[in-house]
Design a protein around this ligand. Sequence first.
Ligand code: ATP
Ligand code: MG
Ligand code: MG
Ligand code: MG
Length: 505
Amino acid sequence: ACPPAAQVRQAFLRFFQEQHGHRLVPSAPVRPRGDPGLLFVNAGMNQFKPIFLGTAHPQSELVQYQRVVNSQKCVRAGGKHNDLDDVGRDVYHHTFFEMLGNWSFGDYFKEKACGMAWELLTQVYEISKDRLYVTYFGGDALLGLSPDEESRDIWLSLGVPPSHVLPFPLKENFWEMGETGPCGPCTEIHYDHVGGGRHAAALVNQDNPDVVEIWNLVFMQYSREVDGSLRSLPQHHVDTGMGLERLVTVLQSKHSNYDTDLFTPILDSTLPPLKHLLSCSPLHRAAGALVTRAWWGGADIGSVNMAYRVVADHVRTLSVCIADGVYPGMSGAELVLRRILRRAVRFCTEVLHAPPGFLASLVPAVVEVLGDAYPELRKNTDQIMTIINDNEAAFLSSLLRGRRIIDRTLQQIGPSKFFPTEVAWSLHGNLGFPLDLIDLMVEEKGIQLDWATLGQLAQKDRKTRTQQAEQLEGSVARLDVHSLAQLQRDGVPATDDSPKYAYTI
Ligand code: ATP
Ligand code: MG
Ligand code: MG
Ligand code: MG
């Protein structure tokens, strides 16, 4: 059996709705509401945060339900969860993905949550038990946190063999919303794509494409106080999230998310515009067949494969974001989207040798795949294509000029480890090249960006701009409030964990 993705999504929602009394809540838009710390909605729980924090308005519709199910549009690019760098390099991290989730707000807890998850996976979806591994929180002696033996025992009682129940430390299996607030242990389910009694347990959480995390079940039972201590919450909550693309890959017996029907229509629609290349370039012809399998199959035909994956991923993200009113722009989420668009255009142009308009021509396939689940895509198809085309046109001539500069520089520096920082900085400042894009372009030639020096430059630049802003503030009256705000916005470091991106402003 090879259930279509739409059926897999539907089965999840129905299972919780019809068999277990959950209320179906529609996906929130990817632009977060009332959460200034967040660039994009990056998990199903985002829209329920006020319930966990106890700040939800008593008349809000949300507080009426104790059991909720949903499939949420998520974007993990920029900000705390930044998966942009993994996209295309592996076959299971996307910038846009759908998170299936079920919630208990002060209702059921660990036993029922694990029981339902196991029932759904093994009986409804009929996944073979010996391919599944579960992890639980193994405790933290330093912080005085005991292991979550409760979860472990629940899994064992559900029939998971002891060798498939694995303890993991705080970093992996203890979830916290922020510095303070609701938190608790989590238990995660992983799928072994290969099977056959290898040492799959050792590959859990190793970022190995053979054993992939599919579902995270978080048990919120504590609140982290300002003094760092943990207080037991009066109400216990469950918050779960499963990546639809990864689940569909399992159910369609594939090894790569790009081989499922969530991606194949998009990849197929790349073929007609590239037909002339398929017939003359062996690289493209090979990619046509292998586009999604390079990672695990070991067939390395270089960046062509990666380019197909990146483009298919990025056009989904662009479509979903634009349909939700996030357009490529100059700050915050808009800037991240601009970075994504420019990366996509670069791969289309330089690696796939696609004609202008190619990226937008893939949008109808995205709408075909996702339009039933998210009708806003259907409603805004023309606008999505126009915005992509306009932004592509604005970048194409800079891209050509930048490529010439990069090639000339590479010739001049000869055998060197690093790309000259001043050149990168000027491409960034004058031609609007995102730094991560320059990184990709020189990496293909075996050269790196010197991120440390770039970081210093960026900091110096920020200081100058802050000084300029202060001067403005001192001397100019009301009309400049706008430009001042703009300068300050530009000067604010990105809310990124990874130091590498802290200055890609
Ligand atoms: P990973 O360790 O693979 O990066 P995660 O632990 O960061 O995943 P969670 O925050 O636990 O992910 O999110 C819940 C689920 O959402 C994951 O188990 C996975 O199925 C899915 N998921 C997370 N990030 C992505 C992504 N970038 N693309 C596709 N699916 C994802
Ligand atoms: Mg992750
Ligand atoms: Mg993980
Ligand atoms: Mg996880």
